[in-house]
Design a protein around this ligand. Structure first.
Ligand SMILES: Cc1ncc(COP(=O)(O)O)c(C=O)c1O
Length: 309
């Protein structure tokens, strides 16, 4: 959440708006819907994120970014990054992608045109639950000088940093390369708002990243096995996992995440909400029992679990 907030505060402020996919992690929806408006940043949610024209239709001269999740948590309806990036760039707007669920092992959004990537590192990058941290990665590709009206903070002198003009002094063509966004995030946002990672957390996160490829392989193998098993159960109405051939997002997952569709997915039970509530009621013979795929009160009536790899 800190990585996203710092990204949005760096790109804009009072009067800015974000155009976002509606398929996002719930905490992010809260940040966009309830917290950012208190600080003057509005979010417009696209109805059909698969239609690039729908994104463009919601944008105006105060739009600071398009925003979506590569593999959305929990619906798994893969973001079509390439045309969304093209639609953003046609308007002079950067595309920000939350790559938390995919991790760089499954997809690399910069290769499809994204400009900024954010991660909740607590999940797959860290992998060990010892660290709460976010990560921002700047592609260095977006030219903030091309849109001085849209990005005034990049194109006017920063009085808190000796009159630095980020897009001019640190942007395209500067001796350091294009570091306007990430250095403004560091020098202004991180300094003033305090979104700083501790040295120990940074060390722990770096250790987690060392095993990312092996863990992700196992995650996707296990998730696919569980998703296939759920798909075959009579109690399950629908499994929302783009790694399944039955998913409407199967082809998009093959394009963007050919190594696997991640390990976060959702499923609907026959019987809807009530069946869902009943399935998560603890079994009386084992108060700590895991979720049951039936509303039957005893573990002995449950179907056998799948055998993950
Ligand atoms: C896709 C996604 N983005 C962002 C977050 C926020 O993570 P954190 O609360 O660790 O900042 C989460 C948390 O589950 C997530 O799943």
């Amino acid at each position: 959440m800190a990585a996203q907030a710092l990204t949005f505060f760096t790109l804009g402020g009072q009067g800015s708006n974000i155009v976002a996919s509606p398929s996002l992690y719930g905490g992010t929806v809260n940040q966009l819907n309830h917290t950012l408006p208190k600080l003057g940043i509005e979010t417009r949610f696209v109805t059909d994120p698969g239609d690039p024209a729908a994104w463009a239709a919601l944008a105006d001269e105060r739009t600071i970014c398009f925003f979506g999740e590569s593999i959305p948590n929990p619906k798994g309806d893969i973001l079509d990054i390439e045309p969304t990036a093209q639609a953003a760039h046609a308007l002079g707007i950067p595309l920000v992608v939350d790559n938390t669920v995919a991790s760089p092992y499954l997809t690399r959004p910069f290769e499809w045109g994204a400009d900024i990537i954010v991660h909740a590192a607590t999940k797959f990058l860290g992998g060990h639950g010892s660290t709460v941290m976010g990560v921002i990665v700047d592609s260095g590709n977006f030219d903030y000088a091309s849109q001085p009206e849209r990005f005034p903070a990049f194109n006017t002198p920063d009085p808190s940093y000796n009159g630095l003009v980020y897009a001019r002094d640190l942007g395209v063509g500067s001796p350091l390369g294009n570091m306007a966004f990430i250095l403004r995030a560091h020098t202004a946002g991180q300094r003033d708002l305090g979104f700083a990672a501790s040295p120990l957390d940074s060390f722990l996160l770096a250790q987690g990243v060392e095993t990312l490829s092996l863990r992700m392989e196992r995650h996707v193998d296990n998730a696919l096995a569980v998703a296939k098993w759920l798909e075959g159960r009579p109690e399950v109405a629908e499994v929302r996992y783009s790694g399944l051939e039955s998913s409407p997002y199967y082809e998009l997952h093959r394009k963007y995440c050919p190594r696997g569709a991640g390990s976060v997915f959702a499923f609907d039970l026959v019987g809807g909400r009530e069946a869902g509530a009943a399935s998560s009621t603890p079994c009386p013979c084992s108060p700590t029992s895991p979720i049951s795929a039936t509303s039957a009160p005893c573990a002995s009536t449950r179907p056998p679990p799948p055998t993950p790899s």
